[in-house]
Design a protein around this ligand. Structure first.
Ligand SMILES: [Zn+2]
Ligand SMILES: [Zn+2]
Length: 365
């Protein structure tokens, strides 16, 4: 089968790889029907993810159809359409029992797919702990609607949950990329007074406004961010800040825009160390929560998609086949053509196109 492989040393390429097989009775094999490129894939390519193994098939955000299950798998069966969770987890260890599945102590626990074990930028993929890692897609939900369930929407949902947003709060989201947009979408579920989107990319800010995700947008270098947020919050600052951009200046902006006693959620995956200037922030009594999605809310996310409360389809700005993915990587990495997200279809999945078309048709009516 065809697969996108991290070759190490800043290189990725399409290769022919053997079909995955069941290795454990809790595994499932799925045929990938739609996959995508995530900024974490770019981090791996840059060598900024030390645990990424050269030779691994990339891809941790995808949907497909179950073709085979191990003997112990109960929740899915061959033929089921499924969304794949970015994290694999045993469900039984100390951390899993407490919902901290990102820290699952199993050897395949946490973010392993497309990093330490073969992922879903391929025609087929093996999913360990399939009962925990696969969420069935209802007939009324299309592949494109379900594509971001396991990673981007899970991340936004997790971030919003730990952000402790109260009704009426002023919420600042730094970064209006795919994760930032999903964070805004999920923050909205908690009824904040206003959501402020901050980014240098005005195209993305427009998308945030048009989609009703942001009530106000600010551009660093153009607007005085800290003052603007203080001006609309009786001089206080944001009640909750989500830092989703992952740069040095945005890290600083996160604690500067936060009001005293605010929660600052660092959703971003930084490529460099950041400095906490504790003398400057003394007395602000901030609560920092650091990144690493606990992707254990996929069923809740899928229910919200089915109910029309989460809809991230607008983020799919580009579509291509798996064979064209190298160009897609280039466009995505350098943010050309106002790309937000790609939907990538492996050629072998076209056998399901009629069924997909029917599902998409149903979802529109
Ligand atoms: Zn990702
Ligand atoms: Zn575990």
């Amino acid at each position: 089968m065809r697969a996108v492989v991290y070759e190490g040393g800043g290189r990725i390429g399409i290769q022919d790889r053997p079909m995955p097989v069941i290795q454990d009775e809790r595994d499932a094999i799925i045929q990938v029907t739609l996959t995508t490129i995530c900024s974490s894939d770019i981090h791996i390519k840059h060598g900024a993810v030390p645990r990424a193994v050269p030779g691994v098939i990339l891809g941790h955000e995808f949907v497909g159809r179950v073709v085979e299950t191990g003997k112990a798998v109960k929740n899915v069966k061959p033929g089921d359409r499924v969304a794949v969770n970015v994290e694999t987890f045993c469900g039984e260890c100390f951390y899993c029992e407490r919902g901290f599945v990102n820290n699952c102590t199993d050897q395949h626990g946490g973010w392993a797919l497309g990093c330490r074990i073969d992922g879903g930028q391929a025609e087929y993929a093996r999913i360990p702990f399939a009962d925990n890692g696969l969420t069935r897609i209802p007939d009324s939900v299309s592949d494109e609607q379900a594509l971001f369930t396991g990673d981007l929407l899970s991340t936004g949902y997790w971030a919003a949950k730990i952000g402790e947003i109260r009704p009426g709060d002023t919420v600042a989201v730094i970064g209006a990329g795919p994760t930032g947009l999903c964070t805004m979408m999920c923050a909205r579920l908690y009824g904040p007074g206003r959501i402020i989107a901050i980014d240098t990319d005005e195209y993305r800010l427009n998308a945030a406004r048009e989609q009703g995700l942001a009530d106000m947008t600010l551009v660093p270098g153009k607007d005085d961010i800290v003052k603007s947020i203080q001006d609309i919050s009786d001089g206080r600052g944001a009640d909750v800040v989500f830092e989703v951009a992952g740069a040095e200046d945005t890290f600083r902006l996160a604690w500067e825009t936060a009001r005293p006693n605010a929660v600052v959620v660092l959703v971003a995956m930084y490529e460099q160390n950041q400095i906490l200037p504790l003398p400057s922030m003394y007395g602000k009594n901030l609560i920092f929560k650091t990144g690493g999605v606990d992707g254990c809310y996929c069923q809740e996310v899928m229910n919200l998609i089915e109910a029309g409360k989460l809809d991230a389809r607008f983020m799919i700005t580009h579509r291509c086949g798996l064979e064209e993915i190298m160009d897609a990587y280039d466009i995505f990495e350098h943010r050309r053509e106002h790309v937000i997200k790609y939907a990538v279809t492996p050629e072998s999945s076209h056998a399901f196109s009629e069924r997909e078309a029917a599902a998409v048709e149903r979802s529109r009516t």
